[in-house]
Design a protein around this ligand. Structure first.
Ligand SMILES: N=CN[C@@H](CCC(=O)O)C(=O)O
Ligand SMILES: [Zn+2]
Length: 414
């Protein structure tokens, strides 16, 4: 049994609780100075001042890490990514730099469809290998749990292939992978102009297998003008819910369609993007306890206005932050970049951003009872930062502050 003790951390900073934290409570962290954490069998046994912990626990029975001059925060939970895919799309990035919009590129046959072709022609092993390397990169930023979506297969076999890759990555990589079925990411060429027929196909030919074989925990749709309509999203997600799956929704990213309202109506775990969410939609998310997952690196890469995080928190929403790592709109999983964007441009406090990237990310994956905070009984997913306070996550601007990563009580990145 691995027994680990971290002592003399300049600061242990964590949100607390077993569910999403909303509104003004997002700003309330528990901060312990000269703190210690006791871990046995991957589970946190005690957290407190080092002096108290050393009185109650015999340190000679533990591997001890001296965290002097360092701070400890929970492992980051990146609750929205598309990290399993074939091929790259740098040409589209350059097209956007010279003025083309994301939707113009997609409508001209590029965008997601490009990655669909490359993913279909990639083998399972190729996707597994590149997925593994991307998880390594995320781990280096302190991400200990990641959500990954299918949605680059858009046919039966290739959607199942992507989900299978994520299942194997979850079993073999130290980072935990939570899978989402995003067959409704776009309408593939074979179904061009027959959007509702494509949703019928997903409902009859793919979704039942995904649900019954437990290939994904969540079902999601890119609910956007010209992609998947509100009605088709509702039909698909209602069916997924009836089959026992939990729901997410790409909502109100580019146009205000009422995606936030739909996510609330269906009781989704999260509504994601929300750059254009209406005031009514924001109110509904707060009422229905749907986590508002914001992806500022995407707004940054697309040069769009950021989601109204301040308004959402002030209106009582639980906000999560995630990367949206994908080969098109946002090819970065940079946690430090996201902290900077959230605090400098979205007016979140560093404490709110930390809550958003840990406990609320965990809540967006229905795992807040197990991960997302440094509390007795939770899995020991912790980060030792190179600096003495969590405020350096923003103060040391856009630079990785993570020194060591502890996953389920084991040091996995030194
Ligand atoms: N908006 C839709 N899906 C992704 C982009 C996927 C892609 O362009 O490949 C997103 O969340 O940003
Ligand atoms: Zn996405």
């Amino acid at each position: 049994m691995t027994k680990l003790m971290l002592v003399h951390a300049a600061e242990i900073a964590t949100p607390t609780g077993k569910e999403a934290v909303s509104g003004s409570a997002m700003n309330q962290l528990q901060v312990i100075h000269d703190g210690a954490v006791v871990i046995e069998a991957g589970i946190i046994q005690a957290v407190g001042p080092t002096e108290t912990i050393l009185k109650n626990y015999d340190s000679s029975q533990y591997s001890v890490i001296d965290a002097t001059n360092q701070s400890i925060v929970p492992g980051f939970v990146d609750s929205h990514t598309h990290f399993v895919f074939g091929g790259y799309r740098p040409d589209e990035f350059l097209m956007r730099l010279s003025g083309k919009s994301y939707m113009e590129i997609m409508e001209a046959g590029g965008g997601i469809e490009n990655t669909v072709q490359a993913t279909r022609s990639s083998s399972f092993d190729e996707l597994y290998q590149s997925g593994f390397e991307r998880l390594d990169e995320m781990l280096a930023f302190g991400v200990t749990t990641v959500e990954g979506k299918s949605g680059y297969g858009l046919d039966h076999d290739n959607e199942i292939k992507q989900l299978g890759v994520m299942q194997k990555l979850n079993a073999s990589h130290p980072v935990d992978v939570v899978s989402t079925f995003l067959g409704a990411h776009a309408v593939p060429r074979e179904f061009a102009g027959r959007n509702s027929d494509y949703i019928d196909f997903l409902i009859s030919d793919v979704l039942p297998e995904v649900a019954s074989q437990k290939l994904a925990d969540y079902c999601d749709a890119f609910c956007e003008k010209g992609v998947i309509s509100i009605d088709d999203s509702r039909r698909l997600l209602a069916k997924a819910k009836a089959l026992g799956m939990r729901l997410k929704l790409h909502a109100d990213e580019i146009e205000q369609l009422g995606g936030a309202e739909l996510a609330a109506e269906l009781g989704a775990a999260s509504a994601d993007h929300l750059l254009e969410a209406s005031d009514t939609g924001i109110g509904r998310l707060a009422e229905a306890d749907v986590v508002a997952t914001l992806l500022p690196a995407t707004a940054f890469c697309l040069n769009k206005p950021y989601a109204p995080a301040r308004k959402m928190i002030d209106q009582g929403c639980a906000v999560a932050l995630a990367s949206d790592l994908n080969p098109g709109s946002c090819f970065t999983g940079s946690v430090p970049l996201i902290f900077s964007l959230a605090c400098i441009y979205m007016k979140m406090s560093v404490a709110e951003a930390l809550t958003a990237f840990t406990l609320n990310g965990a809540a967006a994956l229905n795992r807040a009872d197990r991960i997302g905070s440094i509390e007795v009984g939770k899995e020991a997913d912790l980060l030792l930062l190179k600096y003495p306070s969590y405020s350096y996550l923003v103060y040391k601007t856009a630079v990785n502050c993570v020194d060591r990563v502890i996953k389920k009580g084991k040091v996995i990145k030194n």
